[in-house]
Design a protein around this ligand. Structure first.
Ligand SMILES: [Zn+2]
Length: 197
């Protein structure tokens, strides 16, 4: 007896919903002019916070160090914040240099941009089901951290597409995003929805 599948009933194939999760594996270094080295170098998060108390408010920074000479640079986390205004347990996490919290800031591109530096490309991986271009797919790509990686790089790598094939598909409208963005240029940040048809 032949096993029926859904296509035997003349239905159009269903649109697949697929989710990929991108994860930052290590915090990006930031390129910055180092006074001691006299040139632009990579500054790397030390994983340590610096807290200064003045009157009733606190200044909190994440300390970065030049990879070449260890000169420090402080990225501002909070300026003149009242400890009462901080969520419960937060100050304690800053005080003991909580590793997860430090990594969260070091991987937060908005935080780095607010501090006037451009993050480099972090190392990352992408988990989720692969698919072929023959399928109709609504692909959601999510990232818990704001990931400054090009959407095209993530899709090309995962589906093993050349730059040429990807940009042809994008210009023919066979790959598009919601909301509509330039898929050759846009970066993932927290996520995007991409339609393949
Ligand atoms: Zn230096």
């Amino acid at each position: 007896m032949k096993t029926a599948n859904k296509n035997d009933f003349g239905k159009s194939p269903e649109i697949k919903q697929i989710t990929w999760e991108a994860r930052c594996l290590s915090a990006p270094a930031v390129r910055k002019y180092c006074k001691k080295c006299g040139r632009k170098t990579d500054f790397v998060s030390s994983g340590q916070f610096r807290i200064n108390a003045q009157k009733k408010s606190l200044d909190i920074w994440l300390i970065y160090r030049c990879a070449a000479c260890k000169t420090s640079w402080n990225a501002e986390v909070f300026s003149r914040i009242s400890p009462q205004r901080m969520p419960d347990g937060m100050l304690e996490r800053f005080t003991r240099n909580d590793e997860t919290l430090a990594a969260q800031y070091a991987m937060d591109c908005d935080f780095l941009r607010r501090n006037g530096v451009d993050p480099g490309t972090p190392s990352y991986n992408v988990s989720g089901e692969e698919f072929s271009l023959e399928e109709q797919v609504v692909l959601t790509i999510k990232s818990p951290q704001a990931l400054p990686v090009k959407v095209s790089a993530i899709i090309r790598e995962k589906l093993k597409l050349s730059q040429r094939v990807f940009s042809d598909l994008a210009s023919e409208g066979k790959i598009r995003s919601i909301p509509e963005k330039d898929l050759n240029k846009c970066r993932l940040n927290h996520g995007i929805i991409v339609i393949f048809n």
